[in-house]
Design a protein around this ligand. Structure first.
Ligand code: HEC
Length: 442
């Protein structure tokens, strides 16, 4: 019987006409838009939406070229510098192109999937990340689909750095202040690490990873590598100069939410939902040991500025100060490396910061307050009050005098870090009246 296989082929061909919106776009989103996006436009090609693909790049409309670039028939093979797409994904793109390469993006989804006009705020955004520049003159603040660079003396209006990620959850400046690294993504779609050039405020590079937001992105002390916590339970180490993934560590059993490098930059401590703080070798990716005894889920980690000592915190509301290393003859994590427990907070811990002089630790989270502790005695030295909701980010200024906080209420607050006295509070974005409200007034 020869008809059966033919029928079967005909059936699979018609059934296999892929959907741009459901099947092709997510592949481009995760594998291509790091380079082919409005901010970078490698080869003048924007693959963040169908229109960009249709318009094409330097060599004209991309529909006719894309499969050859994916297979390597056209050089350089895409995605550039990354492993080729698996054959079944290339087949998917091939059959979509063969079927005419139609756009089936639903009308309602167009707005949310393409990086379009600058964000207009009718409400203050939830603030998920803050970082001071090393000279203390600027504060980078996360916005919706952008980063805002505020000049602290108010001498210039904030600079807006719009990117692809809906949310930015981590911000870190390089030591010399020439690079701003941002980690985040769009939930259930992609994770991204953005590398911004300063002071020009242009995007140098964007590295896409996993199909979900990345958490707890940190820079090595020499600013050459970036660590990122992922929802596929891995920690990724990325080269800051090239964007290449150097290592993928899989010691965790659940989402990784925080990372920090050791003093010499050779090791990383990562924390996550599996309740563990894990020490790994950043160069080889080898797991070394659990730093802590397991208690609740962990959301934050920070390191002493000049010692291999970390503070971790999360679900059980207590911040624990641990030595990164344990004596060589000890295999099982007990608590002999626990240096100190800080006072229990009124809510789960979401953010921790260690002051640049090593003397203070700031603890923040679901409760609308930030407490500052003496790192040597564990005594509380200041309580920063006045927030109306939970805090997701805290940062000490480089001189240690100021503590910046940000969270659900969308207001940046600058406190005197020694006394907890509020020095300044501001909404970091320009608020516009929503169009619906204006319509009603006309
Ligand atoms: C790391 C950056 C990077 C990534 C990721 C990347 N590209 Fe490219 N792409 C480039 C650069 C750079 C060029 C120009 C190469 C050249 O001509 O030398 C290019 C060129 C192209 C071109 C030719 C455009 C033209 O008209 O010149 C196509 C098509 C293309 N890429 C598709 C893709 C697809 C599809 C993906 C994802 C599967 C992808 N690229 C991922 C950097 C990237």
């Amino acid at each position: 019987m020869r008809t059966l296989p033919l029928l079967w082929i005909a059936f699979t061909l018609s059934a296999a006409e892929p959907s741009y919106f459901r099947e092709i776009r997510p592949v481009f989103e995760r594998q291509c838009q790091g380079c082919h996006q409005p901010n970078l436009r490698s080869s003048n090609l924007d693959l963040t939406n169908y229109e960009g693909l249709k318009a094409g790049g330097k060599r004209g409309p991309a529909l006719g070229l894309i499969v050859q670039y994916l297979t390597g028939e056209m050089k350089p093979q895409m995605p550039l510098g990354l492993p080729p797409l698996p054959p079944e994904q290339i087949d998917l793109v091939r059959s979509w192109v063969a079927a005419g390469g139609q756009d089936d993006t639903p009308e309602g989804a167009r707005e949310t999937i393409s990086a379009g006009a600058p964000t207009v705020y009718s409400l203050p955004p939830v603030l998920t990340a803050l970082a001071f520049s090393p000279d203390g003159k600027m504060l980078a603040v996360s916005g919706n689909r952008e980063i805002l660079l505020h000049t602290l003396d108010g001498s210039a209006p904030p600079k807006r750095l719009p990117g692809l990620s809906d949310s930015i959850l981590s911000l870190a400046f390089s030591k010399d202040g020439s690079l701003l690294v941002a980690g985040g993504g769009t939930p259930a779609r992609f994770g991204e690490i953005q590398f911004w050039d300063l002071p020009t405020g242009t995007l140098r590079r964007s590295v896409m990873m996993t199909g979900d937001t990345v958490f707890g992105v940190s820079l090595s002390p020499d600013s050459t590598r970036v660590a990122a916590g992922c929802t596929d339970n891995t920690v990724r180490i990325v080269d800051a100069a090239t964007g290449k993934e150097l290592n993928k560590m899989g010691a965790h059993e659940n989402w990784v939410l925080g990372t920090v490098f050791g003093v010499d930059g050779k090791r990383v401590v990562s924390v996550g939902r599996d309740r563990s703080a894990k020490l790994t070798d950043a160069a080889t990716g080898a797991f070394q040991e659990n730093v802590n005894a397991l208690r609740g889920e962990l959301a934050a980690v920070a390191r002493h500025p000049s010692k291999d000592i970390v503070v971790i915190g999360g679900e059980d509301r207590v911040a624990y100060v641990y030595l990164m290393d344990r004596p060589k003859n000890m295999k099982i994590a007990d608590d002999t490396t626990l240096i100190r427990k800080l006072e229990r907070q009124n809510g789960v811990i979401a953010a921790l910061a260690w002051s640049p002089d090593g003397r203070r630790i700031a603890v923040a989270g679901a409760a609308p307050e930030v407490n500052v502790y003496d790192a040597d005695t564990g005594a509380r030295v200041a309580a920063c009050t006045g927030h109306s909701a939970g805090i997701y980010s805290v940062a000490f200024s480089p001189d240690g005098a100021t503590l910046a906080t940000g969270g659900f209420d969308g207001t940046v607050r600058l406190y005197d870090a020694a006394t907890g006295v509020l020095k300044k509070a501001f909404v970091p974005v320009q608020l516009e009246r929503p169009a619906s409200e204006l319509g009603g007034l006309r």
